[in-house]
Structures are given as C-alpha cells and as structure tokens.
Ligand binder design. Sequence first.
Ligand SMILES: NC(=O)C1=CN([C@@H]2O[C@H](COP(=O)(O)OP(=O)(O)OC[C@H]3O[C@@H](n4cnc5c(N)ncnc54)[C@H](O)[C@@H]3O)[C@@H](O)[C@H]2O)C=CC1
Ligand SMILES: O=C(O)C(=O)COP(=O)(O)O
Length: 527
Amino acid sequence: MYQILVADAIKPEGLGPLLESPKVHLIEKTVVEAKHQLHEIDAILVRSATTVTEELISSMPNLKIIARAGVGIDNIDVPAATKRGIVVVNAPDGNTISTAEHTFAMMAALMRHIPQARASLKNGEWKRSSFIGTELYGKNLGIVGMGRIGSEIAKRAKVFGMDVLVYDPFLTSDRAKKMGVTSLELAKLLTLADIITVHTPLTPETRNLINKKNLLTCKKGVYLLNCARGGIINEEDLYELIIKGHIAGAAIDVFAEEPPLGHQLLELDSVIATPHLGASTKEAQLNVATQVAQEVLSFLNGNPVTSSINLPAISKEVFAKVQPFYELIKQMGSIVSQSMPEGIHEITVNYAGEVLDFDTSILTKSLLSGFFKSRLDVPVNEVNAFLIAKERGLTIGEKTSHDTFGYSNFITVTAKGDNRQLGISGTYVDHYGSRIVRLNDFTIDFHPEGNLLYVQHMDRPGVIGRVGKILGDHGENIATMQVGRKQAGGEAIMLLSFDNPLSDDILRKLKQLDDITFLYRITLHGS
Ligand SMILES: NC(=O)C1=CN([C@@H]2O[C@H](COP(=O)(O)OP(=O)(O)OC[C@H]3O[C@@H](n4cnc5c(N)ncnc54)[C@H](O)[C@@H]3O)[C@@H](O)[C@H]2O)C=CC1
Ligand SMILES: O=C(O)C(=O)COP(=O)(O)O
C-alpha cells in the first residue's frame, strides 16, 4: 500500500484517481502534523504553502515522487530530489486560464481603483473625482515572460485594444508574429510600456529581474503587476519608486515571503493586492488536482509520467513500445555489474536497428539503473542515473550503427574496468522476449532472468563433468545449460540456470577446479 501525503489544500474532487486505487492510502495532513509518518511516505502532493526542502526530502526515505498541484516549483528543491532519484511532477496548464484571468482582473482593478473606491464607499464616502481611472485601450502592455500565462494575457489584451510588447529570451520571432505581439529586449520594453506584468518562473536569473535601476528607465506613471512570483520585481525598489511617484501603482498577488504580514507595500493606497489567488478558482483547482493525481498514480503503477520536471516526457503509447528494450537493457546493466564486481570506469552502448526509433537516452538510463542497483544502496533510476554515473567517475558513451546481425534490433554494452573488458549483446524478439545473444564474444542465447552461473573455462575434456559433479554433490539441479566455444581447445563458456541462487560455498569449490578461467553468479529478477 502506497502512503501518499497530501500536505496542502488540494481539491478532494480531483483526487478521485488516487482515492479509487486500492493500492493507495491518502494522508491529508500538513508536514508538521504528519511528522511521525514521514518515514513511510511514498509520494507527497503540495501546492505553494509547503516548502519541500532537502531536509524534508531526507526525512522521507521511501519518497518516490513529489507532485506540485500547480505550476511554480520554486518551493521544491528539485536538485535534491533528482539526486535521490525522486521524480518531480507539476500540473503545467491546469491553472493557466485562471491566473491569466486573475492578472487581467487585477489590471482592470488597478487602473480603475476598484478596491480603493469600494473601501471608500464602505466608509460612507462618495468621492467620484478621487477615483479617476485610466483606460486600457490603446495602452502599451509589456509582458515579461511569454509562456502559457503570458500568452493568454496577450490574447485578452489585444481584444481590449492594447498594444502588446513582450520580452522572453526563448520566444521565437515566428511565434511572436503569429500572436500579433512585438518582441523586444527587456530594456526597450521597459521604456515603452504603460503597464508591465511579469510571468516568468522565479529562478536565480529572474530574481530581482525588475529592479530600481531598470524601473527608473520606465515611463513616469507606469503601472506594475506581479501575479507570478514574489521577488521577480524587487519589493523594496518597487516601494521606494511608488513613494517617489515614479510608479503610479502596482497590483500584487504574490510576495517574496508569504504571508506578507505587515508588508510595507500593503500600506500604500496605490497598491492593490490579493493573497496568492491566481490559481484559486474551482476550475483550476479541479484541473491541477486531477492532473497530479493521475500523474502520481501512473507513476506508482510503473507507467510514464507526462509532466515531469526532472525526467524526459514520454507518452504512454511510446513508453509501451520502448518498454521491452527498457527491460532488456536494465537486465544487461545488471549482468554487467554482477559479472564485473571490480571497478568499471567506462560503459559504452551501441544501439542498432529499430531501437533507434526511440530516444535512446531513456534506455541508457535504464541500463545504468540496472547496473547501479546491485552496487549502491541509493535508488538509481532514470531521474538520477547520469548524475550518479558522473559522481562516480563513470564515463558513459552512446553510439549507433546499422549492423543488427540479422536481428531487427541489437544492443551491445561494453564495460571497461582496470584490467578487464566485458561485452554483452541483447535483442528483443517479438513474441519471444528479451534474449542475450552474445557474451564476451561467445555466441549464446538465453532469456535474462533467474539464477544463472557463467563459467569461462578452457575447452578440455572433463571440465563440464567436474562442474556437474560438484553441483550434483550439493543437490543443485541444473535447470538449463548452454555451452559455447570459439575454437576447439581454446576458451569456452557454460551458462547454467538454477531454481535457487548458488551458495558461496559451491562457488568457492567450482573456482578451485582446474581449467576454469573465471566464473560468476548472476541473479536477475523478473524482466
Ligand atoms: N499567482 C499564481 O497563483 C500563479 C503563479 N504562477 C507563476 O507564473 C509562472 C509562469 O507560469 P506559466 O506561464 O504557466 O509558465 P511557462 O513556463 O509556460 O512560462 C514561463 C515563461 O517565462 C519565460 N522566461 C524564463 N526565464 C525568463 C527570463 N529570464 N526573462 C523572460 N522570460 C523568461 C520562459 O521562456 C517561459 O516562456 C510560474 O512559474 C509560476 O511561478 C503560475 C500559476 C499560478
Ligand atoms: O501554480 C502556481 O505556480 C501557483 O502559484 C499557484 O499556487 P497555489 O497552488 O495556489 O498555492
């Protein structure tokens, strides 16, 4: 039973996929309330209220997936999660419309002083001339960050007759043209805009992106909006320039620290604010909860996730096609690891044939997860495979070729250690399954599963019999056996399979036999 901590207020109606799963137990508590259960948590679902720090991650040794029911992942230590092999997913488009609409509502309210006028009315006043507003029509709206939300705002602004100027280093001129917006450098946008709204994520690059220095280049009387993340516009600088009259007003939904208790900006009449409400609609909350619930369930069921921050996106359909190769190469990684228990400094994979239809980096990561599984006690998966390899000084190479040796697909892994090199080739055959077809230059054919014994020996009479005798004397029943050699009298191999793993004692006795070059036990769990 998977233990899933729902640490923030996530709409229960959206959690249906998880609630209906017999494999899942939902714990709806804050991190503090659940402090005695953290060690058993497999998945955590959060919004922006919970900060998922490295410390919190390390207090959850079973954690496999962190789901953000929303967009911004600045409250999650993604590098720490990645290092631990924990998948991070979000709900990238579930609250786009709500946040764009909220920004637009804030802009209209800001320009027409709606909150201030309402407060005045409530005080029994009727001060029509104090609340003279400004039209949106014909104004230059500067959008910084032209992603999902920025783009939706641009569409709405155009309908209101605004001229839309945008700055986004990742926006192509083609897309800007299609959207009917003017793409500019930030410095230029700031000098031309009447209203500026930011819609970037909060990153080291965007923190304080809008600051005193560049705000002073803006038109006097400019309006600012931040419905993205506190800190993108420097709050102290904004305050100072509003006080000095350079900025006419600001609409703020998000703060550098939330809640912003006693914040100086909230004391200013020309600042309107909401308590991080961008995504707070019935629709958005249902969307994001449903999206992350589906992602978490899919992941826990061994299926791919589609909106991961630290994994390449792969659809269910593509995953179904790639899965046989994914399992095959994971077993090949495990064979390499168990066959070369000494240090390995380089692994190269050569992909040939129909396997090249897929993103082979996913397969190489699967190889590494199989390789590291028996070597490390930290989980290694597609999330952290390359990172762990780098940390351990393991060089990973990927090659492709057309030579499939008559198979429709062919994968060869070569591992180099200090004194030895190992080569293994495998293929996936429809209706027949994974096959290892070459090992250390010997032609062979076996399904990579179960308890195996690989023996490399000199091709001399009696070797096979002596091995068989020791096994028989210990009551070990050989389930299958294959032999191979390159030339008479040269080196040869035996590959035997058993119902149970062989004991260390048997291995020791086998190693003492004459003519055995080396042997190793390989245990492979289900493929
Ligand atoms: N107030 C609220 O409740 C909500 C706030 N948000 C915030 O809004 C942000 C944007 O959301 P989406 O549009 O969905 O994300 P998105 O990823 O679709 O768009 C972000 C855009 O910012 C651009 N960008 C990145 N670095 C930049 C830089 N240095 N300068 C200019 N542009 C840059 C990217 O190229 C991208 O186009 C989120 O990261 C989140 O922090 C999102 C949802 C709700
Ligand atoms: O999705 C986002 O990035 C948001 O800022 C929404 O935050 P929330 O889930 O409402 O705490």
